[in-house]
Design a protein around this ligand. Structure first.
Ligand code: ADE
Length: 249
C-alpha cells in the first residue's frame, strides 16, 4: 500500500515512521511512504507557502496553489496524469470525523492513500474543496499541525495491511475488534512484587481461560468505556446472557 503525505515537514514523517514495525514494512516493500514537500511547489523564490487571511484575523493561512500543484505532481506519478481517477485525499483537521478502527479498516482497502497535513491557521478553503475526499480528526484537541495525526493514521492502517504484522504480533492489541477492550495479560515471572498471575491462566484449562478473559474484557470495558460497553451488550445480547447463565452454574 502506498501512503502519499503532503506536508511542510517530510523529515518529521520519515523519521517517525522509519522505526519499528512500519519501518520494517517499508524495508520489505509492503508499505511505501512517499512524502511530498509542499514548499517545493511555492511560487516564489523564498519558499513562502502562506499568507494573511482575507477579512482579517490572527495568523497565516496556507495558500491554495502550492498544495494544488503538489497534488497534481502526485496524480501524475500514480495515475499517469489521468485526473479523473481521483485518489482518496484525507485532510487532517480537528474539524473532521473522529478517526476510529472502522475507518482504519476502510482506508486499508485503498492501494493509494493521500494524506494532507495543514499548518499555521489552516488551508485556503478552495483547494480543500477541489481535492479533499475525507476530513479526519484524531480527537477533540488542537495540534500545531497535521503531521502527528497523519503518522497515527499510517500506523493504524499499516498494521491491517497483510504481511505488516508477523503472525505472533497480529494477536496483539486486538482491542476494538469485537467491540470490547482487551483483557489483562501477564508474562514471566509468575510473582512480581508479591503480585501473582491469576491461577486460572496457569491452569492450562482452555475453556476456563477463555471465560476469564471474556469476563475481564467485559469488566474493563464497563469501567473504562461505558459507551462501548452499552453498544456491545446491545449487539451481543444473546452471547452475553448465555455467558452469565453458564457462570451462575
Ligand atoms: N490538526 C490539528 N489538530 C488536529 C486534530 N486533532 N486532528 C487532526 N488534525 C489536526
Amino acid at each position: 500500500m502506498n501512503f502519499h503525505i503532503m506536508t511542510l515537514f517530510p523529515d518529521m514523517i520519515n523519521n517517525g515512521l522509519s522505526e519499528s514495525i512500519t519501518g520494517r514494512a517499508m524495508d520489505k516493500g509492503i508499505i511505501n511512504i512517499n512524502t511530498i514537500n509542499i514548499r517545493d511547489f511555492a511560487g516564489n523564490k523564498y519558499g513562502h507557502v502562506d499568507d494573511y487571511t482575507y477579512g482579517g484575523g490572527a495568523g497565516m493561512l496556507m495558500q491554495a496553489e502550492p498544495i494544488y500543484k503538489a497534488y497534481e505532481s502526485l496524480i501524475d506519478g500514480f495515475c499517469g496524469g489521468d485526473l479523473t481517477k481521483k485518489p482518496r485525499v484525507v485532510y487532517m483537521t480537528p474539524q473532521g470525523t473522529p478517526f476510529n478502527q472502522a475507518m482504519a479498516e476502510e482506508f486499508a482497502k485503498e492501494e493509494d492513500l493521500v494524506l494532507l497535513c495543514g499548518h499555521y491557521e489552516g488551508i485556503d478553503e478552495r483547494v480543500l474543496e477541489l481535492i479533499v475526499t475525507d476530513n479526519v480528526s484524531i480527537g477533540d484537541f488542537v495540534l500545531t499541525g497535521g503531521e502527528l495525526p497523519a503518522m497515527m493514521i499510517v500506523d493504524a492502517v499499516s498494521r491491517l495491511v497483510p504481511g505488516v504484522l508477523g503472525s505472533d504480533e497480529s494477536a496483539l492489541y486486538e482491542s476494538f475488534y469485537d467491540g470490547l477492550l482487551e483483557y489483562p495479560q501477564y508474562t514471566r515471572p509468575e510473582v512480581f512484587m508479591d503480585m501473582k498471575v491469576p491461577d486460572v491462566l496457569l491452569s492450562g484449562h482452555h475453556k476456563n481461560i477463555a471465560d476469564w478473559r471474556y469476563e475481564k474484557s467485559l469488566e474493563r470495558t464497563k469501567e473504562r468505556r461505558p459507551d462501548l460497553y452499552e453498544k456491545y451488550i446491545k449487539e451481543h445480547e444473546e452471547e452475553y446472557i448465555k455467558f452469565m447463565k453458564r457462570k451462575k452454574r
